[in-house]
Design a binder for this molecule. Structure first.
Ligand code: HEM
Length: 433
């Protein structure tokens, strides 16, 4: 690809969009493409692994080695969108009135992460196992007698949201509202039109207003009467000998409520989806449950819930032979890196016991997912409860009957109905509809 001439004014984006809405590459402009971006990834890894998209005014990066290099170099590649010269990207963070570790660089990043880090370490998270098992079993008890369930609505959505709501000390009964908020914050337009982009942006603004109101009330209440939950921890914490600002407190609440839900829901659903496509593997897991840990890693690689991450160059640099200018936005296609044949043998196959498995589904480097131990534990325990409770689980819909979640950057489906036989519950699998 020809190098971009820095003196040429950037072309106007043809997919006009209001501020706030992250634009989607043309190859992924329809929901039909969202569940199968892998052909496009393969082509880009081969032909233009570091590609300038003049339409969106950003770089797209597809190879494992390049994605990994960018994530490992926070000095050259900032997580703060305010450093971007691309106005649309910069403005995506404006009006949000939130400061989060996810969007911060050192040293602020360490200060913010340090406030809650100890609660998400593997050992702290392991203490939650009995409660996670109990929630998973409650979810399954509600549906076992039916011989069928929607994996998303009946298990994969409620489980992580109840866990995080309990950690934050907020009522998990509000979870339908949390779902609407989470969905709206990651939503991308389903077509390339200004009207579609505006609709998404309006919903996002409304969500941000509602989030602000909801958490500002909670923050005030916890300041007056702190408990032993995470919100109380955040409102009483100090960084560099000062309390957190209102934006930082809000940022924590929203990040923890949103970051962990939609992603873990999709990991668990993608796991059941993938296993129903591989019935022999499913049977093997029932007799060899210790394999579940590796199976979860392979689902993370094969169907990564987060498909792309963003960074901004802080200085002129080179990547994959291309010159990146200071302020350029770099979109890292984690979903592509995780299918790169230079990093994985037989990358397009689901290999349940793949070892080693250096996937980037939780990122890499200083922003490596804080919730990774929790997400892994929840997914393993939920799968284990499911496999212990039912036999002969099978998908109701074929792959083309699945509806992707409303985001080009999150990989998963809106619902995933399955049928099964529940040995203890006296129910045979219902006949196909
Ligand atoms: C399967 C589930 C999950 C996936 C695939 C996932 C993915 C990711 C990825 C890729 C990043 C790196 C972002 C970047 O480098 O820009 C990240 C960061 C983060 N995740 Fe997760 N996540 C999951 C679950 C969770 C859970 C359960 C929580 C918390 C309850 C959580 C909280 C966070 C936080 C706070 C960060 C920011 C860390 C930092 O900036 O230092 N995530 N996650």
């Amino acid at each position: 690809m020809a190098e971009r001439d820095p003196h040429t004014p950037p072309e106007r984006p043809s997919n006009a969009r209001p501020p706030g809405v992250l634009s989607v590459p043309e190859a992924l402009s329809t929901p039909e493409s969202w569940l199968d971006p892998f052909g496009w990834y393969a082509e880009m890894r081969e032909t233009e692994p570091v590609h300038w998209d003049a339409d969106r005014e950003c770089w797209d990066v597809f190879r494992h080695a390049d994605v990994s290099a960018v994530l490992s170099d926070p000095e050259t590649f900032s997580s703060d969108p305010r450093n971007a010269s691309n106005e649309a990207f910069r403005r995506a963070s404006e009006g949000v009135e939130m400061e989060t570790m996810l969007g911060s660089d050192p040293p602020k990043h360490e200060h913010l992460r340090g406030v809650v880090e100890e609660h998400f370490r593997p050992r702290a998270v392991a203490d939650l196992a009995p409660r996670i098992e109990e929630i998973a079993e409650d979810c399954l008890d509600d549906v076992l007698a039916d011989g069928e369930m929607d994996v998303v609505a009946d298990l994969a959505y409620p489980l992580p949201v109840i866990v995080i709501a309990e950690l934050l000390g907020i009522p998990s009964e509000d979870r339908e509202t949390f779902k609407r908020w989470s969905d709206s914050l990651v939503e991308t337009p389903t077509e390339r039109s200004e009207a579609a982009a505006r609709e998404v942006e309006d919903r996002r603004q409304q969500t941000l207003d509602e989030l602000r109101e909801y958490f500002d009330d909670l923050i005030d209440q916890r300041k007056r009467d702190p408990g032993d939950d995470l919100i109380s921890k955040v409102v009483t914490a100090e960084i560099e000998h000062r309390p957190l600002s209102a934006e930082e407190m809000r940022g924590f609440c929203v990040l923890l409520l949103v970051a962990g839900n939609i992603t873990t829901t999709n990991l668990l659903t993608n796991a059941v989806w993938t296993l129903t496509e591989h019935p022999e593997t499913l049977e093997r897991l029932q007799s060899e449950p210790t394999l579940l840990t590796k199976a979860v890693e392979e689902v993370l690689r094969y169907r990564s819930p987060v498909q792309a991450l963003g960074r901004v160059a802080t200085t002129d640099t080179t990547l994959g032979g291309q010159t990146i200018r200071q302020g350029d936005v770099v979109v890292l296609w984690v979903g592509s890196a995780n299918r790169d044949p230079d990093a994985f043998e037989r990358p397009e196959e689901f290999v349940v016991d793949r070892t080693p498995n250096q996937h980037l589904a939780f990122g890499r480097g200083i922003h490596y997912c804080l919730g990774a131990p929790l997400a892994r534990l929840e997914t393993r325990l939920a799968l284990s409860a499911l496999l212990d409770s039912v036999d002969d689980i099978e998908a109701v819909a074929t792959a083309d009957g699945l509806t992707p979640v409303r985001s080009a950057f999150i990989y998963g489906v809106e619902s995933f109905p399955v049928r099964f036989v529940a040995p203890g519950s006296d129910v045979r699998r219902p006949p196909p509809a």
